[in-house]
Design a binder for this molecule. Structure first.
Ligand code: ASP
Ligand code: MG
Length: 450
């Protein structure tokens, strides 16, 4: 069996879905479990509807909702052209989902209050809509397909907006569900992103979580392969929207892919790698516009050559400098500092320490007021804004002779604020001024890849 996940742009409209259905159709002998995202931009609209509703702007919410309904209805009609019965059934399904959605949104509008639990139900609708329509479309095009509700098999904690998967239960439940759905059909389809807490309450896996769903299912069914279909031809040497002349990488390791995802490459959800590593299942990042291209294979480390693979960046980060003379020759200081970050749920990216100083970076947009306040009880704290972080990623980068000299030598005109080199030797990261980012990325890409 294989898992095939299609992202929002790969299912954006009739043309994209037709392409997707033929890609799936070419792999039926491998028994695909198809995982789909919401149509592109739909999850964003659902978030907007939540904001309108919470602000009791019922007119705004309803307008947005009806636009979404029309988009899905016309898509269903277009895809099921000439198949009267399927068309009617699909329309009925879409309208049913929107009617439920509408009553939820109206309730939120009149209360002006939105719990995470209700929000998860609203924002997960996009995947229920796309998966239902695509299931009908596959059947209309002659691929007999069964539908599985991801909420019955992807079990998480009750953090409704970012459920923590319960790996044991998922491994227990998914194979049975998939086998049951696979009786007498050519393919099965389910939703990415959507999950449920142990008591059946709807949860979601967090933004971009459909990739994660694909790898969780892949892990649970021991898939031969996990395919992530997107609108770029694989993982690139840098983000092609930021740097010119990037190229797609043929193969990278699980570790390299995880570092890239965490350090700013937008191709994969950062947690996608973990379930695949556990079972050593290869992941392929493929281009739905060019299905025969080889894309990027993400494989076990032993299959990967050493060397720099990519440069990623996070454009907007904060540097937090913590100074405490009390730290000299004491135990447990770092512990105390990181406990505070943990308590306030602020996640730290880079760390660099000296005897009385800790510098660390966090992504901007997180609320760090509580952290700063608590740290200030025993240390001097300075927060520096307007910085970016650049990461050079690749297997054993420190084995490359002269790499540091070349990198920093080529950046002499830029100020470097902080450097962090992990002992795993896979990631060399540093901090620069935000306005230098484009220049640094271009310069480095030229040096390392062109
Ligand atoms: N539709 C969800 C999002 O936009 C999940 C995904 O597409 O991966 O975040
Ligand atoms: Mg995505």
């Amino acid at each position: 069996m294989i898992v095939m996940k299609f992202g929002g742009t790969s299912v954006a409209n009739c043309e994209a879905i037709t392409r997707m259905v033929s890609i799936v159709g070419s792999k039926l002998e491998e028994r695909p479990v198809v995982v789909v995202s919401a149509l592109s931009k739909v999850t964003d609209s659902l978030y907007r509807i939540c904001d309108f509703a919470q602000a009791q702007n019922e007119a705004g919410a309803m307008e947005c909702l009806e636009q979404l309904r029309n988009r899905h209805l016309s898509l269903a009609r277009e895809l099921m052209e000439g198949k009267l019965q399927l068309k009617e059934e699909a329309e009925g399904k879409v309208n049913g989902i929107f009617d439920t959605l509408k009553s939820l949104v109206c309730a939120v509008c009149s209360l002006g209050e939105l719990s995470d639990r209700v929000k998860a139900r609203i924002i997960s609708s996009g995947e229920y809509l796309s998966s239902n329509i695509i299931c009908f479309a596959m059947n209309a095009k002659g691929i007999k397909t069964n539908f599985i509700d991801a909420g019955t098999m992807i079990i998480t904690s009750d953090d409704y907006l970012k459920g923590e998967p319960d790996m044991d239960r998922i491994c227990e439940i998914v194979p049975g569900k998939v086998a049951e759905a696979y009786s007498g059909v050519d393919a099965v389809i389910t939703q990415g992103f959507v999950a449920a807490a142990g008591d059946g309450t709807r949860t979601v896996l967090g933004r971009g979580g459909s990739d994660y769903t694909a790898s969780l299912i892949g892990m649970a069914i021991d898939a031969k392969r996990i395919e992530i279909w997107t609108d770029v031809d694989g993982v690139h040497t840098a983000d092609p929207r930021r740097v010119e002349n990037t190229r797609s990488l043929k193969r990278i390791s699980f570790e390299e892919a995880a570092e890239m995802a965490y350090f700013g490459a937008k191709v994969l959800h950062p947690l996608t790698i973990e379930p695949a590593v556990d079972k050593d299942i290869p992941i392929y990042v493929l281009d739905s516009l060019n299905p025969s291209a080889c894309g990027t294979a993400i494989l076990h480390d032993s299959a990967i050559e050493e060397g720099v693979k990519s440069i990623s960046c996070k454009e907007n980060i904060l540097v937090i400098n913590i100074f405490s003379p009390k730290m000299i020759n004491t135990f447990g200081f770092l512990d105390k500092v990181f406990d505070i970050f943990k308590e306030h749920k602020v996640s730290v990216d880079l760390i660099s320490t000296s005897e009385a100083n800790i510098s660390l970076t966090v992504e901007a947009g997180q609320n760090i007021n509580g952290v700063v306040k608590d740290l200030s009880d025993f240390a001097e704290v300075h927060v520096v804004e307007g910085k970016s972080q650049v990461s050079v990623i690749g297997k054993n980068v420190i084995n490359i002779k002269g790499l540091f000299k070349n990198i920093f030598g080529s950046l002499l005109q830029y100020k470097i604020y902080m450097i962090s080199q992990g002992a795993t030797a896979i990631n060399l990261s540093f901090v620069i001024d935000r306005q230098s980012l484009d220049g640094v990325m271009k310069q480095l890409h030229k040096l390392l890849f062109e």
